[in-house]
Design a binder for this molecule. Structure first.
Ligand SMILES: C[S@@+](CC[C@H](N)C(=O)[O-])C[C@H]1O[C@@H](n2cnc3c(N)ncnc32)[C@H](O)[C@@H]1O
Length: 199
């Protein structure tokens, strides 16, 4: 589901960028990536997260997808100012990724899975495109944050089939993604990483 203008203001703000930079440093401490890795970011918005991933992990390639063409246009404009970043921007739905099985070393989710009506399919797709021992890095939020009395009047999100921590962590496990120790979780959000089991 696309975001509305108040949320667009938030995701394009300098504060959001600082949050993402801090989380990327946390991700790399939890599980560093070898330079040259092939990375995917789902729901990249205006592309700030992809640039942070590039600065933090020195990947060989980053594919970044978003459902919203306007967000992708903004990302393309930003990309033009970033020297030689190996970023490929693709219009796609995170519930049906247009990539073959086992083609990425890492997938990044900066707060988009709670925008998916069928978020379980989103997690299944992430697992499908990850290689064995590939890493899923995530920042995700729960209804007490985005669907509380105030924010449910300002923001738009799916109302059915929602998840809190136990459901999110359970879906990772069901999809063969082993949660790494050291993740941070509250009743509002979770930030962490999970590694794809080798078959
Ligand atoms: C809350 S914004 C987060 C943007 C960026 N990742 C960030 O953290 O600033 C959610 C993003 O996910 C995108 N999105 C929502 N549903 C999607 C879907 N089914 N597939 C791909 N992208 C989606 C929205 O267009 C939006 O850019």
């Amino acid at each position: 589901m696309k975001v509305n203008w108040p949320e667009r203001l938030w995701v394009n703000s300098p504060v959001r960028k600082l949050v993402q930079q801090r989380e990327a440093r946390f991700f790399s401490k939890l599980h560093p990536l070898a330079p040259g890795a092939h990375c995917l970011e789902i729901g990249c918005g205006c592309g700030v997260g992809a640039n942070i991933i590039y600065q933090t992990f020195s990947p060989g390639t980053i594919h970044a997808i978003d459902l919203d063409e306007n967000m992708l246009h903004a990302a393309k404009r930003k990309k033009a100012a970033w020297d030689s970043i190996p970023l490929h921007l693709v219009a796609a739905d995170a519930q049906k990724l247009p990539f073959p099985d086992k083609c990425f070393d890492a997938v990044f989710n900066y707060g988009i899975i709670h925008h998916l009506e069928d978020w379980q399919s989103g997690i299944g797709e992430i697992s499908r495109v990850l290689r064995g021992n590939g890493v899923f890095y995530f920042e995700e939020i729960y209804p007490p944050l985005y669907a509380n009395f105030l924010f449910r009047r300002i923001l738009v999100h799916p109302r059915e089939n929602r998840f809190h921590g136990p459901q999110f962590r359970g879906a990772l496990s069901d999809a063969g993604l082993g949660l790494l120790e050291g993740y941070r979780e509250s009743r509002f959000a979770i930030v962490g990483a999970a590694v794809k089991n080798t078959e």
